[in-house]
Design a protein around this ligand. Structure first.
Ligand SMILES: Cc1ncc(COP(=O)(O)O)c(C=O)c1O
Length: 459
């Protein structure tokens, strides 16, 4: 029973239903089912209020990279709380953990990505980078260079700028109109190629589409292109190896800034410290969050290259401050957590583990391709997805979309695995601390859930 009596559990359930508005939750279903209350977590597992132990197949929300209950982070947080709980970064104020973490982040990123603006999460990081791209071109005397190109299936967050860059209409339809100046192009979603082509004979049309769209819009109007190295919430879509080198060239050709949204992929998730390291491509700006503290405390950052900062420094009108920032920029306690988290990632070889155990995860999941409802298994390192289809040959979706996905996710929960259904695509992104044995158990649960669902939907 997890140590909680039934009356207390019932009162919590009522409290949740009466007072919490849950993000990304079907409200009517939630009202009937009630919350799943997590009370504890340890390593790669979480425990719910009834005492059920489950593999955390999504590392919280793709963020608990170092696994749960690493008390060294708690100690670092406690120590910082006892010394300096808060200091602003506005008006030139600074603090020791923020300085040390900015140095550390800059040392991990390639090229001259050296200037760090801390935020509280991924949406703020993207919002900051979108604004800084426009700021940069205004300072350079190109105020008309304001448009942002992003991709279908992309997820960049929920604030209006980040949402306008997001390429999943479902997420914005009820909040329209989007901001003007945002343009979407197809993503390298090879399984359902928007050009109806096959890799590699497609000649990377989806990458070259960026060139075409920038030309159509007018290069003098386009400020930035933003992309996740591996699309996460849009269904875990990793590009072919040529994709980002082509994108980099196109951005250079048109003087368009390339923003890498490393909110999920940063800090080891793909088996490299940053997703872009897989292709040796150096962005102009990077958005990070999640894995920077492994979710122990909210933190993010927008990082820009030296040349941009030098432009800010030289060209901001005399007497005018840099007018962007958040109250919690460079929060000392969050930065202390970030420093300890990165120390653990490096000390325990978690990036290398994500590469090695991640390869095992990908191989084990491929074995599930024999189940008749499995259309495609894909992923990279410790992020993966299984897309369910009604017909393997035609790739036809289930009608209604999402029902079998939810069935698999619910069965997995009952069998001890927390996973997430994105429509009929199931995402798996366990902590980077997983062993191959953990992965085997996770995949066994997954197979059982898939096979049972398969039987039920096929009647
Ligand atoms: C790639 C990516 N960018 C941005 C965000 C938004 O981050 P947040 O929810 O911290 O605002 C997310 C969240 O999942 C994400 O996956």
């Amino acid at each position: 029973m997890g140590g909680y009596d039934q009356e207390f559990i019932e009162s919590l359930r009522e409290g949740d239903l009466n007072h919490i508005l849950h993000p990304f939750t079907k409200l009517k279903d939630h009202n009937q089912q009630g919350p799943r209350i997590i009370t504890k977590a340890e390593g790669v597992k979480v425990e719910d209020i009834e005492g059920n132990s489950l593999f955390d197949g999504l590392s919280g929300l793709w963020n608990v990279n170092i696994g749960h209950h690493q008390l060294e982070v708690a100690d670092a947080v406690r120590e910082q709380m006892g010394t300096l709980e808060y200091a602003p970064s506005f008006f030139g104020y600074s603090n020791i953990p923020a300085i040390k973490l900015a140095e550390k982040v800059a040392s991990l990123l390639p090229g001259s990505l050296n200037r760090v603006m801390f935020t509280c999460g991924g949406s703020e990081s993207n919002e900051s980078n979108l604004k800084m791209a426009r700021y940069y071109f205004k300072l350079k005397g190109q105020p008309e260079k304001i448009k942002i190109v992003s991709r279908n299936q992309a997820y960049h967050g929920v604030s209006m700028g980040a949402l306008s860059a997001t390429g999943i209409p479902l997420f914005w339809e009820m909040f329209e109109p989007l901001l003007p100046g945002f343009v979407h192009i197809p993503s390298p979603y090879c399984y359902r190629c928007e050009f109806q082509k096959e890799y590699p004979s497609c000649d990377m049309e989806c990458a070259h589409e960026l060139d075409k769209v920038i030309q159509e819009e007018g290069p003098e109007t386009v400020a930035a292109f933003i992309a996740e190295p591996v699309i996460g919430a849009g269904g875990v879509i990793a590009p072919p190896d040529e994709y980002f080198p082509i994108i980099r060239e196109i951005c250079d050709k048109h003087d368009v800034l390339f923003i890498a949204d490393e909110v999920i992929t940063g800090f080891g998730r793909t088996g490299k410290m940053f997703g872009m390291d897989n292709w040796g491509v150096v962005p102009d700006m990077v958005s990070i969050a999640k894995g920077i503290t492994s979710g122990y405390i909210p933190l993010g950052a927008a990082v820009i290259k030296d040349e941009m900062y030098e432009t800010f420094l030289e060209k901001t009108p005399e007497g005018m401050p840099f007018l962007h920032g958040f109250t919690y920029n460079g929060h000392p306690v969050a930065c202390a957590a970030g420093l300890k988290n990165i120390e653990i990632i490096e000390r325990d070889g978690l990036v290398e583990n994500a590469a090695e155990v991640g390869a095992h995860l990908q191989a084990q999941l491929q074995e599930l391709s024999d189940v008749s409802i499995v259309g495609e298994v894909r992923g990279m390192g410790m992020m993966s997805a299984i897309e369910l289809v009604d017909d393997k040959e035609t790739k036809e979706h289930f009608e209604p979309l999402g029902a079998p996905g939810l069935q698999v996710a619910n069965k997995s929960w009952q069998k001890g695995l927390l996973t997430r259904a994105i429509g009929d695509t199931l995402a798996l992104a366990p902590p980077l601390t997983c062993t191959k044995e953990d992965i085997d158990q996770i995949c066994n649960i997954f197979r059982e859930s898939l096979e049972e669902t398969d039987k039920e939907v096929r009647g």
